[in-house]
Design a protein around this ligand. Structure first.
Ligand code: COS
Length: 378
């Protein structure tokens, strides 16, 4: 792995950094209060190429690669974790369609996501009874003449209330992972209903909803990839998605550490700055070391992906390490803030809440360990 960034990677990172500093960090608390990311923010992300970082230029993507994408995610998440998850899922949806889609599907959806015309993409895999075990999903797609009829329900769907397209998984034959196929479902499909909005602990500016599919009729060409090949498509998409979530966790931890360091320098107790106490210094030293290690693991996984090598295990390692250390770093930095850290006057309490879900979504820490152990023991 080349530890030096190239010009494109530096440019993408700097673009994301400048955008986060100007538009996200100062407004993230307001986005949370208003429980939404303003449409202008998403439109601006699209115009900067940040909703399609690793998408070919042919479809209006930035074509900057997986490493640039990880760097951009770290910056956007440093500014606003809710905006980052919206960006992450949209990039993941664009990439999965770019990889498995027909020319017509790419023309419509990949270009639509890259340009911002479709606003955002949604990834509809999980169900109420099928979270860590998506192979047990119950949503079905039945072929009726030249149409697909989809019935069922999905849960925990990021951006479902404004996404222009859903990548959605449904069972097309018997039980197990082999009977699952992938579909592209436009938001205006008849019978598709965005139902419950979750009242979450964190990431409150990002919407998370349930979906119901009540005999949704789709044309034959709504199938993405091969019939029965859906589970592998989901797994491959999630491998890449896990790099994004690892990067998101690094971004939130970076914000937490920056704020903890600034607070430690400022805050005086016993006649001196609390940064002069070894207890605080060790929290800062451990946090900085772990954060750098987490970033390196994320960038290694991204670099393997970019080189076309296998990266499932490395993505899982990056995700589990980055998200768990990010949780710890945010918690330590709240401790540095003392009582003030427990109030809404400081962003650190939001970081603690925002970062918590990164150990759960796109595969829990326990699932990442399963993926890693299987690869090591194989
Ligand atoms: N890339 C490509 N193919 C993969 C793959 C990957 N990363 N992981 C598994 N597969 C393939 C397997 O090779 C297998 O193929 P064959 O049937 O041809 O042998 C098939 O998919 C089924 O794999 P497996 O038997 O390992 O499936 P399991 O049901 O045991 O599930 C885990 C494996 C646990 C890893 C999977 O269910 C998982 O990742 N769960 C978490 C889901 C998740 O992240 N949900 C969050 C959604 S977003 S909020």
């Amino acid at each position: 792995m080349d530890l030096e960034l190239d010009d494109t990677q530096r440019m993408v990172r700097d673009t994301a950094r400048a955008f986060a500093d100007k538009h996200l960090s100062p407004n993230a608390a307001r986005f949370e209060r208003e429980e939404k990311i303003p449409r202008e923010v998403l439109a601006e992300l699209a115009s900067l190429g940040l909703l399609a970082v690793n998408i070919p230029a042919e479809y209006d993507g930035a074509e900057a690669g997986a490493v640039a994408y990880a760097l951009a995610m770290m910056e956007i998440a440093r500014g606003c974790a809710s905006t980052a998850v919206t960006m992450a899922v949209t990039n993941m949806v664009g990439e999965v369609i770019a990889k498995f889609g027909t020319d017509a599907q790419k023309e419509r959806y990949v270009r639509g996501l890259a340009t911002g015309q479709l606003v955002a993409g949604s990834f509809a895999l999980s169900e109420a009874e099928a979270g860590s075990d998506p192979g047990s999903m119950r949503t079905t797609a039945e072929k009726k003449g030249d149409r697909w009829l989809i019935r069922g329900a999905k849960q925990w769907i990021t951006s479902a209330d404004f996404a222009g397209v859903f990548v959605l998984w449904a069972r097309t034959s018997g039980p197990g992972t082999a009977g699952i196929s992938t579909f592209l479902v436009p938001a205006d499909t008849q019978g598709l209903r965005v139902s419950k909005h979750e009242d979450k602990m964190g990431l409150r500016a990002s919407s998370t909803c349930a979906l119901t599919l009540d005999d949704c009729e789709l044309p034959e060409d709504a199938l993405l990839g091969e019939l029965g090949g859906g589970f592998k498509i989901a797994m491959m998409a999630l491998d890449g998605g896990r790099i994004g979530i690892g990067a998101q966790a690094c971004g939130v931890a970076t914000a937490a550490l920056d704020e903890g360091v600034a607070y430690a320098r400022d805050r005086k107790q016993f006649g001196k700055s609390i940064a002069d106490f070894q207890a605080i210094q060790w929290m800062i030293a451990d946090s900085r070391t772990e954060l750098d290690a987490a970033k390196l693991l994320v960038l290694r996984a991204a670099s393997l992906k970019q080189a076309g090598a296998l990266f499932s295990r490395e993505a899982a390692m990056a995700k589990v390490y980055a998200t768990e250390k990010a949780g710890l770093i945010c918690d330590r930095m709240l401790q540095v803030h003392g009582g003030y850290g427990y109030t809404r006057d400081f962003a650190i309490e939001r970081h603690v809440r925002d970062v918590r879900v990164s150990r759960i979504y796109e595969g829990t820490s326990e699932i990442q360990r399963t993926v890693i152990a299987r690869a090591v023991l194989r």
